[in-house]
Design a protein around this ligand. Structure first.
Ligand code: KG4
Ligand code: ZN
Length: 352
């Protein structure tokens, strides 16, 4: 089986070719053209600029992925493309290009949800065993922070989510407040390595309600929440910056911020593992590239006796190989959806 995968949901134009290896998807090419340098000037992604940059990059990126894989358009079995969620102008470029290629080559075009792609980055063949079900996924990106229980292929139950900012968004906004460039995650992370994480006090926001008292006087402890909130942490950081910080303080503030985000993510993941007792834990999304998070979350999972998987760094931030991996299992399970229109607010389809 040969799948051409296309991803253009935000600010990376990406294409990859996926084949089958021992029943698993393997990326035989993976090309990503990043727009970071273009958006840096504005301190974040400008949707209109992103859409135009995708238009320029899409055909050379697809050509590059096919050439690297030594595959021709007519050799393909499927063209799999992200249809959402993401920026509408960006998504449309990938979706319409795929539909055009599908018409000319008569290769069927299928739709893949970007969030499924992030989860399935952990299923790309890499010499490790395939993650076992039921599994718990922590999906942390610029737009999402989700704890997802996956009982079998393509069956998702969201058990925790953010009430406000996503983890990656919090990194990006914190960096902006500190006068650091976009994207904030890698910059804060690099700075944090030189800083002291206990220098600044920042809040770990825990969305557990206070215990109540029943009519007969007993304390009733509500269930611990698996949801997240990062906007209070962001505000706390902004207050520290406004109160005045020196250039030298930035590394310590970055380290404190990264430590608190990590602690919050690990704490809720631990609760979810204790509640659902999955066989595997997988980390995914752009923030999964964070070394501190990778280390602390896998250490915690190991302590609880759950096998943990983290994707290779190239498959954490947006890429098309992960879209091809998700498509591979859609095809295998006989659950493909034809590519239709882009849906910027597409949800992870919950099937139980
Ligand atoms: O998955 P992704 O490439 O795009 C979305 O689907 O949103 O994630 C991008 C996010 C950005 O917010 C970026 O700051 C964050 O991932 N990120 C990181 C790191 N590398 C990327 N956050 C923390 N540490 C990193 N090393
Ligand atoms: Zn993403």
């Amino acid at each position: 089986m040969k799948i051409l995968a296309i991803e253009t949901s935000c600010d990376e134009t990406a294409a990859a070719v996926i084949t089958e290896e021992a029943g698993r998807p393997r990326a035989i090419s993976n090309v990503v053209s990043s727009q970071i340098e273009i958006h840096k000037e504005y301190g974040g992604v400008v949707p209109e600029v992103a859409a135009r940059a995708h238009i320029e990059a899409i055909l050379p990126v697809i050509k590059g992925a096919l050439e690297q894989a030594h595959v021709k358009l007519n050799d393909l079995d499927y063209i799999a493309t992200t249809f959402g969620p993401g920026l509408i102008g960006s998504l449309v470029v990938g979706v319409e290009t795929a539909k055009g290629l599908s018409v000319t080559s008569k290769v069927p075009a299928i739709a893949v949800n970007h969030l499924e792609g992030h989860i399935y980055a952990n299923f790309l063949a890499n010499g490790e065993p395939e993650p076992e079900f039921p599994l718990l996924a922590l999906l942390v990106s610029g737009g999402h922070t989700l704890l997802v229980l996956v009982k079998k292929h393509l069956s998702y139950e969201i058990v925790g989510q953010t009430w406000d900012d996503a983890a990656g968004e919090a990194f990006d906004k914190a960096a902006k407040a500190m006068g650091l460039p976009y994207p904030g995650g890698p910059v804060i992370s690099a700075l944090a390595q030189k800083g002291e994480a206990d220098r600044f006090q920042l809040p770990v926001v825990d969305l557990t309600a206070k215990p109540t008292r029943s009519e007969d006087g007993f304390l009733v402890h509500p269930e611990l929440s698996l949801d997240f909130s990062f906007s209070g942490l962001k505000t706390a950081l902004i207050s520290k910056v406004k109160a005045g910080i020196t250039e030298g303080d930035k590394k310590d503030l970055a380290a404190s911020f990264e430590a608190v985000i990590t602690k919050t993510l690990v704490q809720n993941t631990e609760r979810a593992i204790n509640k659902y007792r999955p066989k595997s834990f997988i980390l995914s999304g752009g923030v999964a590239a964070n070394q501190r998070l990778r280390k602390e979350v896998t250490t915690m999972a190991k302590r609880l006796g759950v096998k943990a998987y983290v994707p290779a760094l190239d498959f954490c931030t947006d890429n098309a190989a992960m879209i091809g991996a998700a498509a591979f299992y859609h095809i295998k399970e006989g659950l493909t959806s034809p590519l239709d229109t882009a849906d910027p607010s597409a949800k992870l389809k919950q099937i139980s």
